[in-house]
Write a protein that binds this ligand. Structure first.
Ligand SMILES: *Cc1c(COP(=O)(O)O)cnc(C)c1O
Length: 238
């Protein structure tokens, strides 16, 4: 199974299937397929596999550990790839994260925001796009801030020198039935819409990073602009 799943043909088939499913989900809810960006979640997979997917047209790659991503980013470069840090970030990895990644999806504390802003200053990075991770299910095992803390984190980002408020992200609880996560996706969109109306994203549309392999179609129906897909593209992680 694993040998088969790494073959270039299989990768191409999966890439096409996921792209097609995204297009279909977008069209069914009256959206343009181009309004949804596919992030290939490449954690645990070697750089060669990422390069193979890049050849097929993938540009956006998501990694959840700075340490693991470092060698892949150094091998593949920053020019032709867009690197998304989608996992929680420890304060002591902030410098590396700012050095390596194009965008951070999992900002979950005021202290981390302040630290990232300071690091940007030190490293001369003018702008670091961030998404705020919301913990809507209030699971203690999940990172992210609860709904009532989101505004404070947003205001910290908005008053920082270098952080750019790009959008919101969530990682809902796992349910076998993808439909069961719809209320979480909807809730995140409602926050985004309210903030949009209030002008917090300026002239650009606030991003909604939500939806993974088994539920991205539901997320797209609820307005996802960034879907984070690993297993459906690369096969099961060992
Ligand atoms: C691993 C991961 C994904 C991808 O999950 P799949 O089910 O493999 O598509 C998406 N988002 C985050 C934050 C992840 O850690």
């Amino acid at each position: 199974m694993e040998a088969f799943s790494t073959s270039p043909d299989t990768l191409a088939t999966r890439w096409d299937a996921v792209r097609q499913a995204i297009t279909q989900a977008a069209q069914q809810s009256g959206r343009q397929a181009e309004s949804v960006r596919l992030i290939a979640v490449s954690k645990t997979h070697p750089a060669e596999k990422l390069a193979a997917l890049h050849t097929l047209g993938a540009v956006d790659f998501g990694e959840n550990r700075v340490q693991e991503a470092e060698s892949k980013i150094n091998a593949l470069g920053r020019a032709a790839y867009r690197w998304h840090l989608i996992g929680p970030l420890q304060a002591n990895k902030a410098r590396k994260a700012v050095t390596l990644f194009d965008v951070f999806h999992a900002l979950d504390s005021v202290a981390l925001a302040l630290r990232l802003d300071r690091v940007c200053d030190e490293l001369g990075r003018a702008e670091f796009p961030v998404l705020l991770q919301a913990n809507l299910s209030r699971e203690t095992t999940k990172s992210g801030v609860e709904l009532h803390q989101l505004a404070a984190l947003r205001d910290t980002v908005l008053s920082s020198k270098h952080l750019k408020l790009e959008g919101l992200m969530t990682l809902p609880p796992y349910f076998d039935a993808a439909e069961a996560v719809r209320p979480y996706f909807r809730q995140l969109r409602e926050v985004r819409d309210a903030w949009q109306t209030q002008g917090y994203f300026g002239a650009t549309l606030g991003e909604l990073s939500m939806g993974m392999s088994h539920d991205f179609a539901v997320a797209i129906a609820e307005g996802a602009t960034l879907v984070r897909v690993g297993t459906a593209l690369f096969g099961t992680r060992s």
